[in-house]
Ligand binder design. Sequence first.
Ligand code: LCS
Length: 403
Amino acid sequence: MENIDDKYFETKCVHSGIKEYEYGPVVPPIYQTSTFKFKSAGHGAALFAGEEKGYIYTRMGNPTVEAMEDSVAELEGGHKALGCGSGMAAVHTVFATLTQTGDHVVCSHAVYGPTTTLLNSVMKRYGVQTTFVDASNIDEVRDAVTSKTRVIYIETPGNPTLAISDIEAIAAIAHKNEASLVVDNTFMSPALQKPFEFGADIILHSMTKFLNGHADVIGGVIVVKDEETYREFRKTLNQLGGVIDPFNSFLVHRGIKTLALRMERHCESASIIAEYLVSHPAVEKVMFPGLPSHPQFELAKKQQKGPGGLISFELKGGCRAGQNMMNSIKLFQLAVSLGGVESLIQHPASMTHASMGKEVRTAAGITDGLVRLSIGIENVKDLMLDLEQGLEKVDKVRDVVVN
Ligand code: LCS
């Protein structure tokens, strides 16, 4: 790369979204204000009419929020971004903007539980029907599309099975049918995957995860490719009101500075741990995009720059063994969420994906014995020692029933 304006990804993580502010601060100030004074009645009217640029009211825009939004938009290679109060607020805003009564959505089985539940409850009540498919099978996606399909929605890798969908092939199906392809890029972050480069129309993230990276913020973001789409989304978000606040935006923007570094460590340590789990006698199956045994290993190499920091695995002793292990582990924290500097362990069937119900979970390949790890940035040797002592105890305690 020869042009100083292009910048490498690591450099963008540090500098993106930063502007000139009064007194020359190196990081954006936290404009912790709900509203902004107008210079005159005419000025206020001009701002509302969109004839002048400026800030009105923090739900409609705020400089600290905007700095973070511009950073994410630049890292994803998009036009603009919209900060949301949570990943789910971003998911809801996407469906509320792109669909109306009578429309149809094709959604991957392998998505965060509440995304499935949102489509099966709120969106269904509003008359939007969804067909869930195994989006790693391109024929299933193609067959599910109807003349009413407005959105194809995928998470890749999917939560928690780490199934991978072909963004480029699905974008082609979407565009042939005048539908939008929405990609939840939470598990990869723009450090590892750039869905726009493969034809996605909308990207969203739970910023609660890798983008912030420090388990101290709930936030979401939507990234779009053009001004017209941005305005449509901004209108909906202003009405729904699920915006992020300035302080949380500041924290996410700060977290992003180390995104490239953190993702390198997440990938490196997760790769070592996945290999270790494969060779462990108590482990039945390991799902990790960096393993050649992953069914979409070649696709992962094509569209991902790394395998990511999530590993799902099944123990030979099933659910009981998984529960025993989770109760024995010391350094990994038994908690939902993912993508932070600290390693976490959780049980999707009884936790993150419990709301889906057993039937929907089974169709999505989420078995009762599946355990999910989010690998943090601790020394990998400490993590392995902890797993080793946890895996020694898999057979010791009573079973757990998951409804
Ligand atoms: N998309 C993905 C891929 C997610 O993993 C999550 C949350 C969301 C969207 C929703 O984001 P939130 O509203 O929580 O910011 N995933 C979680 C998980 O696996 N454990 O706890 C939360």
